[in-house]
Write a protein that binds this ligand. Structure first.
Ligand code: EPZ
Length: 422
């Protein structure tokens, strides 16, 4: 397994090109299933999760051709199954449920199971799809769904689940009649999915707001022009924190400040200067890092996917910061590793109190999940000396060309092989 070796202490300066959003690419790849034909997607990030999703499409009979424009042919769907060996690697494969039910009237999807950050149930996905007329049974670790005719319905989700909203949306576009999803997730990636579905001929209003209205249609087709995936707001936020934590100055190009309002506000409160451009964001820090209190929330609140990264920054603040994680039940896996780098953090249930320290020292640490790994990279960039991060396959799931992008702004970082010296 690979590791990342970082010699910390360098202020990072320069520009970072932002890639397409992982959490938009994954639902959009599944959405191609509801519109038979050849799809063309641009700005698809080269990530392990995207590769997994493309192999899932291949498994169901939809081949793809990789390149600057990725072509996916969904003319035929031969199998309606998302098998365990794929789903266990990437729980977002559950996004096959809605599209397969809409396309084939049946779906057999391995239950995703939990992951490091939580149990990750899918009860809301099933509740919404049942409201559209689907029936489900669980057997041998799979959820087996079927439906004769999807029918529009009005529903209210118990919580604004992102992939739950996306699964229901991808089925409702082909339902007979009108659907309203209330308490829907309002993330920019949901808005992007709604816009993509409309490019296929769907009639979706309000995607990206808490109430989505869909008028079902009888068929959909690939858009005439290639669709370009929106930039990844979490990748953007991660590099902006890299500027903040190293006392540097980074401009993220192809970045949308409107998708990161809560994060940019926190960075300003923490003592950074923030410049919001048309399609770029610049963050610099010269003064001290100031303590800040954060509570994660559904969009447009502070994103849980940026919690670990801000915790790394605030571990160097001049005072105590309180970080409350309200979305996932176990999203403090990075704390134990940050402590190894010299941070001082106390946890009480879903509240982490970060006692800022003057500096961090390099050490060998273990990545546990995608955003926790990003937090360790950021801490390593600021720490004095060498940090080695093991199991960086977690990072490869969500950050395209991480080492190259960091090196281009002055970081001393390279990949190595676990078990081999430096
Ligand atoms: C999406 O996961 C993202 N993944 C996650 O990003 C992100 O952290 C999360 O949304 C929250 O923003 C993708 O978009 C592929 P949820 P998702 O359903 O949809 C509970 C990353 O780092 N819940 O919005 O799985 C659930 O347990 C990843 O890129 C139910 O109880 O998250 C959680 O507590 C990590 N029942 C909360 O809702 C359900 O049926 C929010 O989960 C569904 C969810």
């Amino acid at each position: 397994m690979d590791k990342l070796i970082i010699e910390g202490g360098e202020p990072l300066r320069g520009t970072v090109p932002i890639s397409g959003a992982k959490n938009a690419a994954l639902p959009l790849l599944m959405a191609t299933i509801v519109a038979p034909g050849e799809h063309r997607l641009a700005n698809l990030p080269e990530l392990a999760d995207v590769e997994s999703m493309l192999s899932l499409l291949g498994r169901i009979g939809c081949p793809s051709l990789i390149g600057p424009i990725v072509r996916i042919d969904t003319s035929r769907v031969a199998w309606c199954e998302a098998p365990y060996d794929l789903v266990r690697k990437m729980r977002a494969s559950v996004l096959a449920l809605g599209p397969l039910l809409a396309r084939c009237g049946e779906a057999h999807v391995s239950l995703p199971g939990g992951c490091a950050i939580g149990v990750r149930p899918i009860d809301q996905h099933l509740k919404g799809l049942e409201a559209l007329g689907c029936t489900f049974r669980m057997e041998n670790g799979y959820v087996h769904g079927k439906v004769d005719q999807l029918r529009g319905a009005e529903m209210r989700l118990d919580m604004p689940t992102v992939t739950g909203t996306e699964n229901i949306l991808m089925a409702a576009v082909l339902a007979d009649g009108h659907t309203v999803i209330d308490n829907a997730a309002a993330e920019p990636e949901v808005e992007e999915l709604g816009a993509f579905l409309n490019a296929l001929g769907a009639k979706v209003e309000g995607a990206g707001t808490p109430t989505i209205r869909i008028q079902g249609v009888t068929s959909l087709a690939p858009p005439t022009r290639p669709w370009s995936i929106l930039p990844d707001r979490i990748e953007t936020g991660t590099y902006l924190v890299a500027a903040a934590i190293t006392g540097g100055d980074i401009t993220c190009e192809n970045a949308r400040a409107g998708d990161l309002v809560a994060v940019l506000n926190i960075l300003e409160q923490a003592g950074c200067t923030v410049e919001r451009g048309e399609d770029s964001i610049r963050v610099a820090r010269t003064g001290p890092i100031l303590p800040v209190d954060i509570t994660t929330a559904p969009h447009p609140g502070f994103p849980t996917d940026m919690q670990a990264q801000l915790m790394a920054l605030l571990s160097l603040a001049g005072g105590d910061s309180r970080i409350r994680e309200t979305i996932f039940e176990n999203r403090f896996m990075h704390v134990a590793e940050l402590l190894r780098l010299g941070a001082r953090i106390d946890i009480n249930l879903n509240l982490a109190t970060v006692h800022g320290v003057r500096g961090l020292q390099g050490a060998t640490v273990m990545a546990t999940d995608l955003r926790a790994s990003a937090s360790l990279v950021l801490a390593g960039l600021a720490a004095q000396g060498r940090t080695e991060i093991l199991r960086i396959y977690h990072l490869d799931r969500g950050y395209e060309k991480l080492a190259e992008k960091l090196s281009a702004v002055g970081a001393r970082v390279r990949r190595g092989e676990e078990g081999r010296p430096g």
